[in-house]
Write a protein that binds this ligand. Structure first.
Ligand code: ADP
Length: 445
């Protein structure tokens, strides 16, 4: 017999014995009255406890469980234990939810929970950002009300979520999101999205690069293969043809060499986050050296003017600066017809920085091309660039080398009038010539 029933049976037996004794001693009527009184008292106690229980059930959450006596004490203590356990479970659940929310809030991925009718139940801040969801306004709305692209609506309808969906033009523009839907529970869905804009751009750049490099290599390789085949097939060697073939093959080989060198330089610059060195660079001496090279390269076809501030040095990587400046100077020579004028200038700017400019009186550039000139392989006139030994990578190299030094490239040009390419360095990159060096090697401006 369980404890409660054992107790109750004991009490009943006690009272029956007591009543029997009372009936024998005091008479049956008195014993009966006594028994009724005892039952009434018992009933009143039950009512009091029931009332306490009802008031507790009806009371505000958190009201302590009432105390009782007898079997009620035991029942209330069970109830109190149950309430304590439930509160603990609630607290555990709340803290798990808080942890989940703070983890998803810190995620770059956006997370949206959809109900069985594809209505938004919950989303993290990243989803609010990428899908432009206003949580107060849009919770309960269908996701297709926010993302209205027909392809996305179709993707949701088809229910085939094996592959992620590429949502282009998100955030009202350039952003591409990779959206993965994960069905779970009772037809609910988890929508996890990541910003893949940069990755897509890199992928497109990689494809373009492979296509461009193959295209650039095709002509010289075809020329080499053609001449080699003809030379092989010749039964009687023709010294004049052989000489010409050698000259042209050498030309094409050096074209390929230039291309490979420029590609390697570009890749080195792209992979580095900053300049390869942070040393004082004697820019006046560097520019003088470039002037000599330019004069040799021009072979008397152009008139040069040099305008250099002898005290103005830069902090950075000399090799990178040299490569950038040399590209600008050789471009000026290549795109300026004979008898044109080229000015090479290195001067302080008004805000304390420095500007390296190459001004030419060459063919100039139409305004629509200017914003694209630093793209790899972008040329205004493809055949002219190739004829003059261009790889189409020069200005891309300039852009990276300058950006390592927090400098910018400014292009000012007018067709048939000439161009000015300026590399503008910020004041923090400028330093003055160390005294000993400046005294030992003065530079004429
Ligand atoms: P390329 O090897 O073809 O010269 P660059 O990247 O150095 O490649 O230059 C890109 C394009 O910019 C050139 O093909 C040319 O059309 C144009 N360009 C560059 N510099 C000049 C300049 N000084 N005058 C006119 N056009 C220029």
């Amino acid at each position: 017999m369980r404890g409660y029933w054992r107790g109750a049976a004991g009490w009943l037996a006690l009272w029956l014995a007591f009543t029997a004794i009372a009936a024998a001693v005091l008479g049956p009527l008195t014993a009966l009255v006594g028994l009724v009184c005892w039952l009434l008292l018992l009933h009143a106690r039950q009512l009091w406890h029931m009332d306490a229980l009802l008031r507790w059930l009806d009371g505000a959450p958190g009201t302590p469980v009432p105390h009782g006596s007898g079997i009620w004490a035991e029942a209330f203590s069970y109830l109190a234990r149950l309430v304590r356990r439930q509160r603990q479970d609630e607290a555990d659940l709340r803290s798990a939810l808080e942890r989940f929310q703070s983890a998803t809030a810190a995620m770059n991925e956006s997370v949206i929970i959809l109900d069985e009718l594809d209505r938004i139940e919950w989303c993290n801040p990243s989803a609010e950002h990428y899908f432009e969801i206003d949580a107060r306004r849009d919770i309960g709305r269908q996701l297709t009300y926010i993302v209205r692209q027909p392809q996305f609506v179709e993707y949701l309808d088809e229910q085939n979520f094996a592959e992620p969906f590429a949502l282009r033009g998100a955030r009202g523009g350039e952003t591409t999101l990779s959206v993965q839907l994960v069905p779970y529970g009772n037809q609910q869905k988890l929508v996890i999205s990541r910003d893949v804009t940069r990755w897509e751009r890199l992928e497109a750049m990689r494809r373009d690069l492979v296509a461009n490099v193959s295209h650039e290599l095709r002509t010289p390789i075809t020329v080499l293969a053609g001449y080699l085949e003809t030379l092989n097939d010749m039964e009687v060697p023709d010294p004049i043809f052989q000489k010409r073939a050698m000259q042209l093959m050498t030309q094409q080989t050096s074209r390929m060499q230039n291309l490979v060198e420029d590609l390697l330089t570009l890749s080195r610059l792209e992979n580095a986050r900053g300049p390869s060195a942070e040393q004082p660079v004697d820019v006046p001496r560097l520019v003088q050296g470039l002037h000599h090279e330019a004069t040799a390269l021009s072979a008397g076809r152009h008139k040069f003017t040099l305008d250099v501030d002898a005290e103005l040095w830069l902090t950075g990587a000399e090799a990178e600066l040299r490569s950038a400046f040399l590209n600008l100077v050789t471009n000026a020579i290549r795109y300026t017809p004979a008898r044109g004028r080229i000015t090479i200038r290195w001067r302080p700017t008004q805000d304390g920085g420095g500007a390296f400019s190459v001004v030419d009186t060459g063919i100039g550039i139409a305004p629509e091309h200017i914003p694209r000139l630093t793209e790899r392989f972008y040329r205004v006139d493809r055949s002219r660039s190739r004829e003059t030994g261009g790889t189409g990578l020069g200005l891309a190299i300039v852009k990276y080398a300058l950006s390592h030094h927090q400098a910018r490239l400014e292009i000012d040009s007018e067709p048939e009038q000439g161009s000015t390419f300026s590399a503008i360095f910020p004041a923090r990159r400028v330093c003055t010539a160390p005294v000993a060096v400046a005294a030992a090697a003065p530079v004429r401006a």
